[in-house]
Design a protein around this ligand. Structure first.
Ligand SMILES: NC(=O)c1ccc[n+]([C@@H]2O[C@H](COP(=O)([O-])OP(=O)(O)OC[C@H]3O[C@@H](n4cnc5c(N)ncnc54)[C@H](O)[C@@H]3O)[C@@H](O)[C@H]2O)c1
Ligand SMILES: N[C@@H](CCO)C(=O)O
Length: 809
């Protein structure tokens, strides 16, 4: 035999009741079907009664709506003679209900006893209709079998008597019977009810009394999910869980089953199968006795409750004093306040507990009254209430067998900048709960869900700034690689923000790269860097990375604010890392302290692995003694391309067209770009250096850099003849020009040099770069890194690699 329980949504309409019939009919076993009232009906009944006692006539509207809901269902489900018969019986029940509510209105009194009498009408109505609809089903009056005390509203079951009555009623029974949930009666035969979740309880009581093979709870969700699916789209159904895990998850928000109702079946070790009436083919969740399974994940699910207040009672006078907790929780119990989480440090000087925000004020008042003497005597000096909080809990029996869960949990949460306000873990190790701000809840659930591999993929959320040559190429490369990364590395790169100097667009759900430009143009708001930054911070998305592909010289606050909000930074823009040494150091420090990344590999040598190599050398204890390098792709290209046929001014235009130069090529020609790169290399080598410490030997007069861009382009060809004459002389001497950066013994300089054949710089072709590190370990033969040093494609690839580094793959 089996017990099947159908909830309010499952029996909420004629269409759903047909599904119920199908499910019941397809059972090979004898079945007891326990049903809730049609969805929303119990609330309406209780509301009508409350309206009646308040003396408003609105209760009549509710009664009419209750009648119509049932009429529509009966009309739809039955035909001809049967319809009349069923409606006649249903009408009688509805008339009785209306009479009682009118009585309440006349007397102006609504006792718990009356509430219980009318509270079960919804179940009596629905069970009767369903019993008639399922051929050969028998209706049984569960209220006369489940016997309770007379505590109206939440009666206590007399299990001995109840089990006997149920067993007697079912002796020799076979077939299908339908029973109302929630209803019970006292020894005088008066109606009582079983409290919240009462229909689950009825089903559990029947299942235990009849010792059935399984209790099936049919509801409107697929079962227990790994997290709230409204927040975590990747949440999925938990196949099997223990009674304790189910209780813990239900207690914290997953209202799949009402926890105390599990007790009777738990005691008899009867499995509970959760199924979705609207999707019966789904696997659902199976609750059974704990069978720690090595293959199971250490945690089964994450649950949460919002609108929590945390109350902290603090005072040195509490230390070592017995009875404080007893009085504290006694005071709360007297006010009927449910305490959801308790945390007390071993110092005993404070105790914090969480309650529903609606109860916070009453709780504070109750404590102030209870501890009036201690507050006056300053043994207790602080009672603090913090609102707008949420509790999050991870639940899993296997946590007991696994070390490092708490470490991993709090490390991931911390890295994402989420502040933990209180923590509690019971010694059963079944549950770790902690308190965060409501505004951090979504992010917390996301990172925890992901970090415990409840979801298969690691997600990195990208906010891109700048979609010119480098940014545009980057998006193309991500688009090309996205699927492969997802499939092979389980890395999901999601674009959640994109901006250029005209427009900006943010979307937490993701911006498809294909067609992003059209969407940016159509939906984007006017670009505003401050607003973009603030939106990134406000969105508070987990695993966020801000990718800067502009050359903008904005305030240094931008990066600092983002890093402080735990958003990693990947930048092709050299401005920040080459700004004041103090600012560079500050940004690196924030990133380190927050456990996130500030990466700028492409700042030197575009996609060449220069900074990472330097970091490896230094981290492994090497010391950089000398740096000699050709660091400008643009300048190297110019000096390699200039000839009798191609004058210097033309090579500048060519470098720009090839995408080597800065958006403003004067930054390259003035040597500023190379100074920036040298500063970054020297700093990453571990030395303090600022811009004024670098000597620049310019090869184009300052006057060309002072005017407008137009002035520059129109004037620069004036230098062509002189350059060509000098070039010829150089060529005759078998030498070439290279713009060289050098650092040694605290001296830094950049400038044009004549390079002789045989020198490593001499054969450096096109826009290539070359860096030579002379170190304590690479002494006689310096380490050389050489290759494309500029170009949108290689730079974008370097930025891409940094983004992947952020994901910690
Ligand atoms: N091209 C290379 O070889 C190379 C190599 C290494 C590093 N970089 C660096 O990459 C960066 C980008 O270079 P690029 O050639 O792609 O430049 P670009 O001019 O082609 O693109 C710049 C982008 O930034 C946007 N932008 C500029 N100011 C902005 C602002 N205040 N707010 C929002 N958007 C803004 C522009 O609209 C444009 O989309 C530069 O910092 C450059 O130094 C380039
Ligand atoms: N403008 C830069 C790009 C690479 O940083 C160069 O020419 O080297």
């Amino acid at each position: 035999m089996k017990v099947l329980k159908f909830g309010g949504t499952s029996v909420g309409s004629a269409e759903n009741i047909r599904k119920v019939k199908q499910i019941v009919k397809s059972q090979p076993d004898d079945v007891v079907v326990v049903v809730s009232a049609l969805g929303g009906i119990t609330d309406k009944i209780l509301n009508a009664a409350k309206m009646a006692v308040l003396g408003t006539e609105y209760f009549n509207t509710e009664i009419t709506e209750i009648r119509t809901r049932h009429e529509v269902v009966v009309d739809d489900l039955f035909e001809g003679e049967q319809k009349l018969e069923v409606w006649e019986e249903v009408s009688l029940l509805l008339d009785e209900l209306a009479r009682i509510i009118r009585g309440v209105s006349m007397i102006g009194e609504l006792t718990p006893k009356t509430m219980d009498k009318i509270g079960g009408f919804g179940e009596r109505l629905s069970s009767y209709i369903i019993a008639q609809f399922i051929d050969h089903a028998k209706w049984i009056d569960a209220s006369q079998m489940i016997k309770t005390d007379s505590a109206f509203g939440r009666a206590l079951v007399d299990f001995k008597l109840t089990n006997q009555l149920i067993q007697d009623a079912f002796s020799g029974f076979s077939g299908i019977c339908v029973a109302p949930g929630f209803v019970s009666s006292n020894s005088a035969g008066e109606y009582t009810t079983l409290g919240r979740g009462g229909s689950d309880y009825t089903a559990s009581i029947f299942a235990a009394a009849l010792n059935v093979s399984v209790l099936e709870i049919w509801t409107d969700v697929d079962g227990f999910m790994t997290a709230d699916p409204r927040i975590i789209r990747k949440a999925y159904t938990i196949e099997s869980l223990s009674y304790s895990e189910a209780m813990e998850l239900s207690h914290f928000g997953a209202k799949v089953i009402y926890p105390p109702t599990i007790l009777p079946v738990y005691q008899k070790n009867i499995p509970v199968q959760i199924k979705n009436t609207l999707r019966p083919e789904g696997e659902g969740s199976l609750i059974r006795s704990s069978q720690p399974n090595g293959k199971d994940r250490p945690i089964k699910g994450i649950s949460s409750i919002s609108n929590i207040s945390l109350i902290t009672v603090q005072g040195l006078g509490m230390v070592g004093v017995t009875g404080i907790s007893m009085r504290l929780f006694g005071a709360l119990a007297r006010e009927n306040i449910n305490v959801i989480l308790i945390s007390q440090a071993s110092s005993e000087n404070s105790i914090s507990f969480a309650v529903d925000t609606l109860k916070a004020e009453t709780a504070e008042e109750a404590i102030r009254i209870e501890f009036d003497r201690e507050i006056t005597g300053q043994q207790i000096n602080k009672i603090e209430v913090e609102n707008e909080l949420s509790i999050v809990a991870i639940v899993g029996e296997n946590m007991k067998h696994t070390t490092g869960i708490a470490g991993k949990l709090f490390n991931t949460i911390g890295k994402n900048g989420i502040n933990i306000i209180a923590i509690a873990q019971g010694a059963s190790e079944l549950n770790i709960s902690w308190v965060v701000k409501d505004s951090d809840l979504r992010k917390t659930l996301n990172v925890v869900h992901e970090s415990f591999f409840l979801s298969e993929n690691v997600e990195v959320n990208i906010f891109l700034l700048g979609i010119g040559l480098v940014g545009g190429n980057l998006l193309k490369q991500i688009l090309q690689q996205q699927e492969k990364l997802l499939k092979e590395k389980h890395l999901k790169l999601k674009l959640v923000g994109v901006a250029n100097s005209k427009k900006m667009l943010l979307d937490r759900d993701g911006i498809a790269i294909e067609g992003f430009k059209e969407r940016l143009d159509a939906e984007g708001q006017a670009s505003d860097l401050k607003a973009y930054k603030e939106a990134v911070i406000r969105m508070n998305i987990f695993n966020s990375v801000f990718v800067d592909c502009t050359a903008s010289d904005y305030s240094s606050d931008l990066y600092a604010d983002l890093l402080n909000a735990n958003v990693s930074i990947v930048t092709a823009n050299k401005v920040a890392a080459s700004s004041d040494y103090e600012n560079y150091l500050k940004l690196k420090k924030i990133a380190k302290q927050k456990g996130i990344k500030f990466l700028f590999e492409t700042n030197v040598g575009a996609g060449l692995p220069i900074i990472n190599t330097l970091n490896d050398l230094v981290n492994a204890g090497d010391q950089i003694l000398k740096i000699e390098a050709v660091l400008s792709g643009t300048l190297n290209f110019i000096f390699n391309t200039i000839s009798a046929e191609v004058p210097m001014s033309q090579t500048i235009k060519m470098a720009k067209d090839e995408g080597y130069s800065e958006p403003d090529p004067r930054v390259d020609l003035s040597g500023i770009d190379v100074v920036r790169k040298l500063l970054i290399l020297v700093r990453e080598s571990g030395y303090k250096i600022d811009r004024e410490d670098v000597a620049i030997n310019k090869f184009i007069p300052d006057a060309f850099f002072d005017g407008s861009m137009e002035d520059f382009w129109s004037g620069i060809s004036g230098l062509d003849a002189d350059f060509e004459a000098r070039r010829k002389l150089l060529e005759a001497e078998n030498k070439c020009w290279r713009f060289v950066a050098k650092y040694e013994n605290g001296q830094a300089e950049v400038g044009l040099q004549e390079i002789e054949q045989g020198h490593p710089f001499f054969d450096l072709q096109g826009s290539n770069n070359l860096v030579m590190f002379t170190t304590e370990r690479y002494h006689e033969f310096p380490m050389i890194i050489k290759g494309y040093g500029a170009g949108a494609e290689v730079t974008a690839a370097g930025v891409f690699a940094d983004i992947i580094r952020v994901s910690n793959l």
